[in-house]
Design a protein around this ligand. Sequence first.
Ligand SMILES: CC(C)(COP(=O)(O)OP(=O)(O)OC[C@H]1O[C@@H](n2cnc3c(N)ncnc32)[C@H](O)[C@@H]1OP(=O)(O)O)[C@@H](O)C(=O)NCCC(=O)NCCS
Length: 158
Amino acid sequence: MTARGIEIRKAADSELRDIVSMWKRNIKTANTATDIVTLYRYFKKYFLVATPTDMGNNTGGASSNIIGFVAGAVRNGHGHISGIAVDNECRRNEVGRQLLKAEAANFLADGFDRVTLEVRISNTGAITFYETHGYKRMYTIKGYYADGEDAIVYEVKI
Ligand SMILES: CC(C)(COP(=O)(O)OP(=O)(O)OC[C@H]1O[C@@H](n2cnc3c(N)ncnc32)[C@H](O)[C@@H]1OP(=O)(O)O)[C@@H](O)C(=O)NCCC(=O)NCCS
């Protein structure tokens, strides 16, 4: 799959169940489905999905053809990435890049000029991904995650 065949668009309410399932499948998190649904209720306009443009409605029986999502939020007057994931078999095809880019444009259009996020210190793939996209390491939060792992806070000016 090439990046050219991907559409990035706002999530539809009917896709929330699939976003929750993709979130839980791909991100090591203590967030419950209820947490994610609550985030969506507040920050729906910052929930974007990636779908292949060449599949039409033929999803092979699956309930959705979402291959990635980004969940944004507004936190303390700036943009924040609460979650981002791309299905394992679709990774390294610039889907994540397009999701991040579209979310940055979304935040910028609303007057926000910086975006922050937290990432597990062990998530080296995601760390490289964010650094590749200009995110700068700010500081570490000891024991941020429910299982005791530290988080690194990243920020980018947009
Ligand atoms: C992080 C994630 C969203 C990246 O999505 P992706 O679609 O594979 O990313 P892209 O193809 O746009 O990557 C762009 C660039 O980022 C870097 N990158 C992405 N994933 C990487 C990895 N696992 N290891 C090293 N570099 C990586 C590379 O420079 C890549 O360019 P290249 O493929 O030409 O080398 C995806 O790996 C994922 O869903 N991971 C699991 C969920 C997760 O950890 N989310 C973040 C925590 S909330």
